[in-house]
Design a protein around this ligand. Structure first.
Ligand SMILES: NC(=O)C1=CN([C@@H]2O[C@H](COP(=O)(O)OP(=O)(O)OC[C@H]3O[C@@H](n4cnc5c(N)ncnc54)[C@H](O)[C@@H]3O)[C@@H](O)[C@H]2O)[C@@H](O)CC1
Ligand SMILES: Nc1ncnc2c1ncn2[C@@H]1O[C@H](COP(=O)(O)OP(=O)(O)O)[C@@H](O)[C@H]1O
Ligand SMILES: [K+]
Length: 466
């Protein structure tokens, strides 16, 4: 499991540790890890540190201090290090002195010839969009030169991944003590590049955000045992498709058949299309452990959604099923409930704009789970899964090629199948998104939604091999 912590949590852990260590010790740990990561990068790109031209962008706080001390370490190994302070009056004094003593120097303009740029403008003390002095330095980063962000890319909100205005786009982010949510959630995540964690000895409580990894997923997958039969493995019912959108039914069934349930039942007007493609499908109403309702349903079928929500099986509501959802009916349920909106559907459920959901995905998913009293999977680049007050899960797999018609239908079938296998709403959502994203990566691109469904068994097996 990869875990991420809010600024408040990280600050508290830092205070606690700093009280037990000599002054400046934490910053030295951070700078040592940062310098080692930069040296590794320079070794790969140009064979070594000696003679490398390194530029430090230095902000007014401790983030700038980290960059300066790391720069001093690189200078002692023979790099030509130039620091450009955002505000020469407010630059970490110890860091500046250390850099000078190591042979580095300070400048006002950003040198345009460089082998590496360190972004030490803002770390977890950054607030709101970059102010003009910081933005001006970011604009002057020479194109094509690798950028290492110190703790997080400046301009990214550490707690949410929000990016208000200009921000650094890094090749590598060297983060200290703990991942920050903004490094895992878009738009921030796509600014961070490869994230490298430096242990500085923090002791941390439970995380605010977490990302499953192969072993976590493998541990949650419902696998048959010697005593299994198809009913014990769970039956998933799919209520999807319409005369207008029969394909959504076929694709949801395609996902459901690969999600580990013992049987897939289909209820709706696209039975012929479903059977033609998947003769394994049971047709017509019957008992199930979990329902998937919504893909390609079209308008005027809210009654079917309400009926399923009034029952005692688990329910996943997707796409057209999400229209006009009754929050009170959802809150009254005791069986697992999972909503799987994309940003547009989430916006309608919250009564806000799609843009605000996309800019603040973490807030949006938390609000949805609170308002509807259900687990929520918010689709998109970096899919999020929230339920109750637990850590929000961010999906680390996937590819932008998934932004293609029908891939969401495969996801809802797959995830419903996992619900039928006994997983909770949050676990089914996180595991479903993980496998779906892994399958899509296996296919590559451009991809068809049905290819994602076909790659699911291989993705399932992949999770067993770290
Ligand atoms: N506290 C600790 O124990 C450790 C902190 N470390 C480093 O310290 C950083 C946090 O340092 P600080 O708390 O000094 O905060 P920062 O260095 O992140 O930034 C604070 C400064 O930036 C200015 N600022 C804030 N938002 C701005 C914006 N949008 N545009 C322009 N200027 C802005 C503030 O006025 C303040 O002067 C961490 O990210 C990490 O790099 C590391 O040395 C590890 C140990
Ligand atoms: N930019 C993106 N990067 C990664 N995955 C994406 C991106 N955009 C969409 N996706 C994924 O693609 C799928 C699309 O689902 P959805 O929006 O419901 O489409 P549809 O209803 O057409 O199938 C979801 O799994 C979503 O997370
Ligand atoms: K930074």
């Amino acid at each position: 499991m990869r875990t991420a912590y809010s600024v408040e949590t990280v600050r508290a852990a830092e205070r606690e540790l700093m009280a037990r260590l000599p002054e400046g010790a934490l910053m030295q740990r951070a700078a040592a890890g940062l310098a080692a990561a930069c040296a590794g990068r320079l070794r790969r790109t140009r064979g070594g540190v000696y003679g490398a031209r390194v530029v430090l962008l230095v902000g007014p706080g401790d983030n700038g201090g980290d960059a300066l001390y790391a720069g001093a370490r690189l200078a002692r190994r023979g790099a030509a290090v130039t620091a450009v302070p955002m505000d020469p009056e407010r630059t970490h004094p110890g860091g500046s002195a250390a850099l000078r003593a190591a042979g580095g120097h300070l400048a006002r303009a950003v040198p345009q010839r460089a082998d590496l740029v360190l972004d030490g403008l803002l770390g977890i003390g950054g607030r709101g969009g970059l102010r003009p002095a910081a933005a001006a330095l970011v604009e002057r980063i020479p194109p094509g030169v690798p950028v290492v962000a110190v703790d997080l890319p400046s301009g990214v909100d550490a707690d949410t991944g929000e990016v208000a205005g200009p921000a650094v786009t890094a090749d590598v982010t060297v983060t200290f003590g703990a991942y920050k949510p903004g490094l895992l959630i878009d738009p921030g995540a796509s600014r961070a590049g490869a994230v490298h964690l430096v242990d500085i000895g923090l002791e941390l409580p439970s995380p605010q955000v977490e990302a499953l990894q192969h072993a976590d997923v493998a541990g949650l997958l419902p696998e048959p045992t010697a005593t299994s039969d198809k009913y014990r493995r769970g039956v998933v019912g799919i209520v999807a498709g319409s005369a207008q959108y029969p394909g959504a039914a076929v694709l949801a069934v395609a996902g459901a058949l690969r999600g580990g349930a013992g049987a897939v039942r289909y209820v709706g007007p696209a039975a012929e299309a479903v059977l033609a493609r998947y003769p394994e499908t049971l047709i017509g109403p019957g008992r199930v452990q979990a329902w998937v309702v919504g893909p390609g349903l079209g308008e005027g079928r809210a009654g079917e959604v309400a009926e399923l929500l009034a029952g005692d099986a688990a329910v996943l509501v997707d796409a057209d099923g999400l229209r006009g959802l009754d929050a009170a009916a959802l809150r009254a349920r005791s069986a697992p409930t999972l909503l799987t909106p994309h940003a547009g559907e989430a916006a309608a459920l919250l009564g806000v704009s799609r843009e605000s959901v996309e800019a603040g995905r973490l807030d949006a998913v938390r609000m949805l789970t609170q308002r509807y009293g259900a687990a929520v999977l918010l689709k998109g680049s970096t899919t999020l899964v929230a339920s109750g007050g637990a850590a929000v899960r961010v999906n680390p797999t996937g590819t932008p090629w998934l932004a293609t018609a029908g891939s969401g239908d495969v996801l809802s079938g797959l995830t419903g199948s996992l619900l039928a296998g006994g997983l909770s709403g949050a676990d089914a959502g996180a595991v479903g998104a993980y496998l779906h994203g892994l399958a899509a990566r296996r296919v590559g691109g451009p991809l068809l939604a049905q290819q994602v469904a076909e790659a699911l068994p291989d993705a399932w097996q992949d999770t067993r091999h770290p």
